[in-house]
Each structure stands twice: as structure tokens, then as C-alpha cells.
Design a protein around this ligand. Structure first.
Ligand code: NAD
Ligand code: AHE
Ligand code: ZN
Length: 370
């Protein structure tokens, strides 16, 4: 079939809206009509050529929601008409990682997914006879896409696509980092670095679990108002503390350091600040941000010797097929908010504006509706 898609032909070039060819689903695959997709900073990072796994040409996008149109042989868990959220972190429930119960990082198809391929090592997308790579196993910047069965979460049909799509990455990543990765307890003092599409979801997760101090840190002053909307209690702009050291400032503010800190910037200097702003003896810092290819983190080992813990979180530690439908329920039951964070909605033709708005710090989340 033909489908309309925004194709990343080259790094650092705008996406081009073209009609691509899409092969139907093979065994254990499903064809999904994408109804809406968010644009996450990770899409921009790959388009900007900063991803060591970036492949061009490819169809980016990993934060979608849609409807199953057709299923390949062997598919049993979903059927045409089901509403689904594509999962860049699949859940096969059979691999060593899934069975360990210690991680959400299913390894069943990670090898081919990282090469922009379906599990059989080929692509379903092509343009003028040339294969186009899949992205993060999702490629939601296409009106239709093919996904492995283990990479779709079936969700309730009354959840609106233009909001539910955000659960495909940003919401689950932020809220899940609090609930699953850090396991923040009521009364904790926490610091969130970077109050964008992910950081604001960390803040609402912290509010939900009953954190006490929720300190937001951002170099964009407009983010103070945003943070406060979702439960932030204190705001610090590192450029606005009279030249003081940001770590010392935060340690003083939190009476010796935070119980939990979260990096939602992808900046390796900020990751170090987040670790060192943790309380001696027990503070835990969770890295969510994705750093540019080649960047490394560093700190004095003494920071860890004296009890601080450095952790990372992918997709909020969520097991997609199991946890995503529950997060959709949280949204539908009013336990978490999504609507105010979706600042811009646009047709596929305008998708490049979403990247401009993100880089200018003017959007929280842009959503493309097909
Ligand atoms: P965003 O652009 O919406 O937000 C980033 C925020 O960080 C902005 O408010 C910006 O002003 C702030 N910021 C930038 N530099 C800063 C600094 N030096 N100090 C303080 N604040 C600073 O991006 P997003 O969509 O929220 O994504 C955030 C990061 O999380 C990205 O690196 C993205 O790739 C990553 N991410 C990771 C996962 C995961 O599973 N681990 C999932 C989604 C996104
Ligand atoms: N490909 C990059 C790493 C990118 C990365 O860390 N991705 C996160 C999700 S970001 C969503 O917005 C993730 O889940 N990683 C786990 C995985 O298996 O990819 C690189 O550095 O090579
Ligand atoms: Zn993302």
C-alpha cells in the first residue's frame, strides 16, 4: 500500500512529506493506522545527527496512538479495530530480560530494531524502490506503519488519540521514572533538571506519590510557570543565582541534598550536577536525558563511596503491554494530566514547525494529528 509519511532523508535537513510504499504485516506483525503522534526531543536528537544509532533515510516518530488495521499470521493478542499505542520498548514476556523481572528492557528484537529493521531483518517501508529504515521500531511519523505484535499495547477505545499518544513516550517516561525506577516515597525531597515534555511529567509523578519538596531547575525562565502548574514547589534558574554554584545552592535549599534527582536535559554536565545535588548517604539520581553520541559522564568516585546512587531509566521502567493501558486509565480517571502539556497540534504537513518550536523552547509537546 501507499502511505503518507514525513521522511528524514538526511541528518540536519527538514523532514519531507512524501507517499512511501508500505508492505503489509508478516507473521507476528500488525499494520496500524497512526491517528496522532507526539514529537519528542529524542526525534530531534536523531534528526540532528546526534544519535550513534541514527540511520538515514528513515521515518522517525515513536510517540503514537492508532488503530490496528490488519494482522499477520500468528497474531493473537490484538485484532483489527483495536486501539493501540506503539512501544519502542516491547514486552515479549519470554526473553531473558522479561523473565528476569529486573528490567523493562525486553531484548527479543533490540538487535534488529537498532538497525532500523523489522525482526526478520528487512524494512516494510520503501521510496522509489529504496528501503527506508524504521525508527525505534515505531515510525509514527507515517500515517500507516507496521509493528511487531509484541510492540503494541492495546488500550481502551474511549481514550482520545491526540492525548493518548503522549503516553507512548513522554508521560510514561516521566511518571514511570518516579514510580518504577526511583520508587519515590511520600515526603521525599526531589529535584528535577529540565522542565520540558519529560521533566513536567516527572513533576506530576512526584506530586502524585506525595513528594514534599519538588524543586525544578531550568535555564528557560518560562518554565517556572509550567512547573508550578503540575506541582513544583520551588524553581531555580541556574543563570539567576548570583553566580553561586548550582550544586551548593541546591544542597542548601534541600537541607543537605535531595532524596531523589532526575536529569531530563540530556546534558552530561547537568547529569553530574544532578548526582552531586543528592543527599550524602542515600540520595539517588536518575538519568532520563539522552546524551549526544560520544559524550560521557563523570564525577568524583567519592560521591558514590559516600552513598549517592546513579541510575538510568528507559521508558520510565515501564513494561509496555502491561503498564501502558494502566497509565491510560490514570489519565482517563483524572489521576494524571496530559491536555495542558499539549501546547501545539498540527497536520503532518507542518511537522517541521514542531521541531522549530521545541528548539526555540516555545512548546512543551507538539502533536501531529493525521
Ligand atoms: P524538551 O526539549 O521538551 O525539554 C528539555 C528541557 O531542558 C527544556 O525545558 C530546556 O530549557 C531544559 N534545559 C536544557 N539545558 C538545560 C540546562 N543546562 N539546565 C537546566 N535545564 C536545561 O525535551 P524532552 O522531550 O523533555 O526530553 C528531555 C530529554 O529526555 C531528552 O534528552 C530526550 O532525548 C530524553 N528522553 C529520554 C527518554 C528515556 O526513556 N530515557 C524518553 C524520552 C525522552
Ligand atoms: N540510540 C541512542 C540511545 C537512545 C536512547 O537512550 N533511547 C531511550 C529512549 S528515548 C525515548 O525518547 C531508550 O529507551 N533506550 C533504551 C534502548 O534500548 O534503546 C544511543 O546512544 O545509541
Ligand atoms: Zn521519546
Amino acid at each position: 500500500m501507499k502511505t503518507r509519511a514525513a521522511v528524514a532523508f538526511e541528518a540536519k535537513k527538514p523532514l519531507e512529506i512524501v507517499e512511501v510504499d508500505l508492505e503489509g504485516p508478516k507473521a507476528f506483525e500488525v499494520l496500524v493506522e497512526i491517528k496522532a503522534t507526539g514529537i519528542c526531543h529524542t526525534d530531534a536528537y536523531t534528526l540532528d545527527g546526534l544519535d550513534s544509532e541514527g540511520i538515514f533515510p528513515s521515518i522517525l516518530g515513536h510517540e503514537g496512538a492508532g488503530v490496528v488495521v490488519e494482522v499477520g499470521p500468528g497474531v493473537t493478542s490484538v485484532k483489527p479495530g483495536d486501539h493501540v499505542i506503539p512501544l519502542y520498548t516491547p514486552e515479549c514476556r519470554q526473553c531473558k530480560s522479561c523473565l528476569s523481572r529486573k528490567t523493562n528492557l525486553c531484548t527479543a528484537i533490540r538487535g534488529t530494531q537498532g538497525k532500523g529493521q523489522m525482526p526478520d531483518g528487512t524494512s516494510r517501508f520503501s521510496y522509489k524502490g529504496q528501503a527506508i529504515a524504521h525508527y525505534m521500531g515505531c515510525s509514527t511519523f507515517s500515517n500507516y506503519t507496521v509493528l511487531p505484535e509484541i510492540a503494541v499495547a492495546k488500550i481502551r477505545p474511549d481514550a482520545p488519540f491526540d492525548k493518548a499518544c503522549y503516553i507512548g513516550c513522554g508521560v510514561t517516561t516521566g511518571v514511570g521514572a518516579v514510580v518504577n525506577t526511583a520508587g519515590v516515597e511520600p515526603g521525599a525531597n526531589c529535584i528535577v533538571f529540565g522542565l520540558g515534555g519529560i521533566g513536567l511529567n516527572v513533576i506530576q509523578g512526584l506530586k502524585m506519590v506525595g513528594a514534599d519538596m519538588i524543586v525544578g531547575v531550568d535555564i528557560n525562565p518560562d518554565r517556572e510557570e509550567w512547573g508550578r502548574k503540575f506541582g513544583m514547589t520551588h524553581f531555580v534558574n541556574p543563570n539567576d543565582i548570583g553566580g553561586a554554584d548550582i550544586v551548593q545552592h541546591l544542597v542548601a535549599l534541600t537541607d543537605g541534598g535531595a532524596d531523589y534527582t532526575f536529569d531530563c536535559t540530556g546534558n552530561t554536565n547537568v547529569m553530574r550536577q544532578a548526582l552531586e545535588a543528592c543527599h550524602r548517604g542515600w540520595g539517588e539520581s536518575v538519568i532520563i536525558g539522552v546524551a549526544e553520541a560520544g559524550k560521557e559522564i563523570s564525577t568524583r568516585p567519592f560521591q558514590l563511596v559516600t552513598g549517592r546512587v546513579w541510575k538510568g531509566s528507559a521508558f520510565g521502567g515501564a513494561r509496555g503491554r502491561t503498564d501502558v493501558p494502566k497509565i491510560v486509565d490514570w489519565y482517563m480517571d483524572g489521576k494524571i494530566q496530559i491536555d495542558p502539556m499539549i501546547t501545539h497540534v498540527m497536520p503532518l504537513e507542518d511537522i517541521n514547525k514542531a521541531f522549530d518550536l521545541m528548539h526555540a523552547g516555545e512548546s512543551i509537546r507538539s502533536v501531529v494529528v493525521f
